[in-house]
Design a protein around this ligand. Structure first.
Ligand SMILES: [Zn+2]
Length: 91
């Protein structure tokens, strides 16, 4: 069973700074080591958000990282969508 520690459900759509699932707007942040991924469990897609951005990743136990790796390794890698308010140069 997956632990919920470190899983950050973000507001979908307009408030999402880290990208969203193009299908539904979801973004669940998960970590493997210090690499952060955005995920949508419903559509089984994921994308890389960045590296060493969230300190919570440092306290995640190895078994949680293995669970995360097992879960998202089967996800299709995509380019997320971003809110227009978070895209530089957009009005
Ligand atoms: Zn989705």
């Amino acid at each position: 069973m997956m632990a919920d520690l470190g899983v950050i459900p973000l507001q979908s759509g307009i408030g999402n700074f880290f990208g969203s699932c193009p299908e539904c707007g979801a973004c669940i942040v998960r970590n493997i080591g210090l690499v952060h991924f955005g995920c949508c469990d419903k559509h089984k897609v994921g994308w890389v958000i960045g590296y060493n951005l969230f300190s919570g990743a440092l306290i995640e136990p190895p078994e949680m990282q293995r669970d995360t790796n097992a879960l998202i390794s089967g996800y299709r890698k995509i380019h997320p969508v971003y809110s227009p308010i978070h895209v530089a140069g957009s009005a």
